[in-house]
Design a protein around this ligand. Structure first.
Ligand code: GLV
Ligand code: MN
Ligand code: MN
Length: 448
């Protein structure tokens, strides 16, 4: 595992640079127009600081949504937004929102954001790079005295990563108006609802309707994020522009068997719910592996009788499928449904499959993506277009505004683990492209 090896260096001064030919840190020569340089030392300091706000009872760099550390982290994020000259407010589900007025008060906002919560046992970069990168856009504009025509609106979305209640993208759903009663009433195993979880963090989920944004007020949504997969690194590419983001279907399979003595019941007469559940785990793997660009994962196989001398009469398999296409998600679901009777026949069990929420795949805006590719070229980098198998707040934001995402490489393609790593030079490149993309959207993007 790479160590936490960055050290704080005092920030340099932000400068406008104008030069017909610039040599970049990676040694390449590029023709550039006017660019605004990020103060990457500040981003590094932010990564260092947030890495101290982690739950000591969990492995990795855990700051799960609505935890004490998450509340503290997002309080710090709000302070940083204010120090960057943004007006801030925290909405009813905990989204931290900072705004920087544009010169044309009627112009719709350019929104830039990501999330600072993590999965349990997660890393230091997923989401965090995008939040710090977004604040650095505001800081860079301020340093250089640059005023946008549009309002710049920066968001640290609440609880992107989901919770034991099984709801991902909580904050961006609230903003898009898709965080429904069913989401808020979903409970964890101890009966705590998502609404309870949000309230305990000091927010007001009963006022979720106040979080909703009007699409008429929005020009575009941009998000910088680590790739979390191996594509950029394998291709030697420094910048990715996302074409579409996966759709996700979640399910649970409840398997009913018969409780019997584990020592005296012959193997060929058992009705073992645990064995049928285990076979279902492998069925999910086989079905997803046979599809194109599809993945399937079981997160839990649980039983109510965890004893080795009793045959399980109940097991629950909790999982998800992902695909770039809705048709792919449907095909995966049909295949699993068709498999269940075969599994039940083989194990003398009775199972019922329930589907949770399906988030359809989201298509990133073609024209906005072209703007981002152009912004990358302006600052001297060729962008690679790629699909995201990880989900993002951009899925929800794409329902409100043209959405685009900038990816930077993840070392070894690793993510959602403590070893997650992105080099500072890669982050700097991403922030530079983000700044340029915001400037280009401000001056030249009319929407799709
Ligand atoms: C979040 O990172 C997800 O892809 O589930
Ligand atoms: Mn993320
Ligand atoms: Mn994540």
């Amino acid at each position: 595992m790479p160590g936490w090896r960055w050290s704080w260096t005092p920030p340099g001064t932000g400068t406008w640079s104008w030069s017909p030919s610039t040599t970049w840190a990676d040694g390449r020569e590029g023709q550039v127009s006017a660019t605004i340089e990020p103060e990457i030392g500040w981003v590094q300091e932010g990564l260092d600081h947030l890495a101290t706000l982690v739950d000591p009872s969990l492995p990795g760099w855990s700051r799960t949504g609505f935890s004490v550390q998450d509340v503290e982290g997002r309080h710090w994020v709000a302070q940083q937004m204010r120090a960057a000259g943004l007006s801030t407010h925290v909405d009813a589900v905990g989204n931290v929102i900072g705004t920087f007025e544009g010169t044309a008060p009627a112009a719709p906002a350019i929104v830039v954001g990501s999330h600072s919560d993590t999965v349990p046992g997660g890393g230091r970069f997923d989401g965090i790079v995008g939040v710090l990168g977004a604040i650095e856009v505001a800081r860079a504009l301020r340093r250089t005295g640059t005023r946008l025509t549009h309002e710049l609106r920066i968001v640290d979305f609440a609880n992107e990563e989901g919770n034991p209640q099984g709801v991902k993208l909580v904050g961006s759903r609230a903003i898009a108006g898709t965080l429904g009663h069913d989401h808020l009433q979903a409970t964890d195993e101890g009966g705590v609802s998502l609404a309870d979880l949000i309230s305990r963090a000091g927010h007001s989920p009963e006022k979720v309707h106040t979080c909703r944004w009007d699409r008429a007020g929005l020009a575009a949504y941009l998000e910088l994020h680590i790739e979390q997969g191996p594509v950029l690194e394998r291709n030697g590419a420094g910048i990715g522009v996302v074409t579409r983001v996966c759709g996700i279907s979640t399910f649970h399979l409840d398997v009913h068997g018969r409780r019997d003595h584990a020592g005296t019941t012959p193997m060929d007469t058992r009705s073992d719910a645990m064995c049928c559940g285990a076979a279902a785990v492998l069925a999910v793997q086989r079905i997803a592996a046979a599809g194109s660009d599809t993945v399937g994962t079981v997160g839990a196989l649980t039983t109510t009788s965890p004893l080795t001398n009793v045959i399980s009469n109940f097991a629950r398999v909790t999982g998800e499928f992902r695909s770039p296409h809705m048709a792919g998600l449907r095909a995966l679901a049909e295949e699993l449904e068709a498999d269940i009777p075969r599994l039940d026949a083989a194990h003398r069990t009775t199972s019922s499959l329930s589907w949770g929420h399906t988030d359809p795949p989201a298509v990133m805006d073609r024209h906005l993506s072209d703007v981002v590719v152009g912004a990358a070229a302006t600052v001297g980098h060729e962008a690679v277009r790629l699909y995201s198998g990880a989900t993002h707040d951009s899925v929800q934001m794409s329902q409100l505004a043209p959405a685009g995402m900038i990816f930077v490489p993840s070392a070894g393609g690793r993510s959602h683990c403590p070893e997650e790593w992105t080099e500072l030079t890669d982050i700097e490149r991403g922030v530079r492209v983000l700044i340029q993309a915001v400037l280009d959207v401000d001056t030249g993007f009319a929407g799709s």
